[in-house]
Design a protein around this ligand. Structure first.
Ligand SMILES: [Zn+2]
Ligand SMILES: [Zn+2]
Length: 286
């Protein structure tokens, strides 16, 4: 019986939970009560389950689109390791683009901000995902892979492998990893990504490979002299998973409705989040 790659995250859940348990014990021994908060972690776990449900449903809905695009593919790759490695690297590159856009385009940030809404950083932060990704259009970013000629099931497979890898970079328990920092996304690199310190903000978008950040100028090293201050610039104070999911969408809808000119409406939807905040602040003054 073959292993269904769609069940990868489910299959890895015992390992994820083991890592959480080990991390909890580690920080308790270090007498660091500030790393874990049970309400924060429960909220993250609920968000992870909601995201999984939405993701499976979305895949079911977009599969015909992927199948249609694949029917019109450019190339036919022979199945095997070279094709798998090419697919893996190509998807990781597209992930970098998706992730960077998710921080610089408000429409995508409305979904992705959920992942950054915790002021803590531990393995359970990885579970903090938005069920709104399919609405935001995340699935569109992998469509070129099917057009190139990679079978839709293989595309889903590498998307999930990429996501599974990223679980392991959500921790403060692992220091910098020497030469690995040059090639891979690591806990140190991803801690910077979750920090709202001005010099760390909107940096280190890597999924698995950090080479994209180094190539495109978004790489910043963790500086021991400047500890990471985790969370979003506009704080999310709720532990209610539904509210954490919707709060940025509600803000966006309210601000767009209030805007009087189209240029402002479009900037609130597709401009960078800080431009949206500037416009919203202007509206509040009116
Ligand atoms: Zn991010
Ligand atoms: Zn993260």
């Amino acid at each position: 019986m073959g292993f269904d790659i769609e069940l990868l995250l489910l299959a890895l859940t015992p390992l994820f939970l083991l890592c959480v348990a080990l991390e909890v014990v580690y920080w308790r021994r270090q007498r660091r009560a500030d790393i874990y908060g049970w309400r924060d972690s429960l909220c993250s776990a609920a968000l992870g389950l909601m995201h999984q449900g939405a993701d499976k449903l979305a895949w079911f809905l977009v599969l015909p689109v992927y199948a249609w695009v694949w029917q019109h593919r450019l190339f036919d790759f022979p199945l095997g390791w070279p094709a798998f490695v090419a697919l893996f690297v190509a998807q990781d590159f597209l992930y970098y683009g998706f992730h960077r856009a998710s921080h610089r385009v408000r429409w995508l940030w409305a979904a992705h901000s959920v992942h950054h809404s915790s002021t803590r950083m531990n393995f359970t932060t990885a579970f903090r995902q938005s069920l709104m990704y399919p609405v935001a259009g995340m699935w569109l970013f992998w469509l070129p892979l099917a057009w190139l000629g990679f079978p839709p099931e293989a595309v889903v497979g590498v998307v999930l492998i990429n996501l599974a890898f990223q679980f392991f970079v959500h921790t403060q328990a692992i220091p910098r990893l020497g030469v690995l920092e040059k090639v891979f996304n690591t806990p140190s690199i991803h801690r910077v990504h979750h920090a709202k310190n001005p010099r760390y903000l909107d940096r280190n978008y890597a999924g698995v490979l950090v080479v994209w950040d180094r190539l495109f100028g978004s790489y910043v090293e963790e500086d021991p002299a400047e500890p990471c201050d985790y969370g979003t610039v506009k704080p999310v104070t709720s532990f209610n998973p539904l509210w954490v999911t919707l709060t940025e969408w509600v803000d966006m809808a309210r601000e767009v409705a209030r805007a009087r000119v189209w240029r402002e409406k479009l900037a609130l939807l597709f401009g960078p989040p800080e431009a949206a905040e500037r416009i919203a602040a202007g509206q509040a003054r009116d």
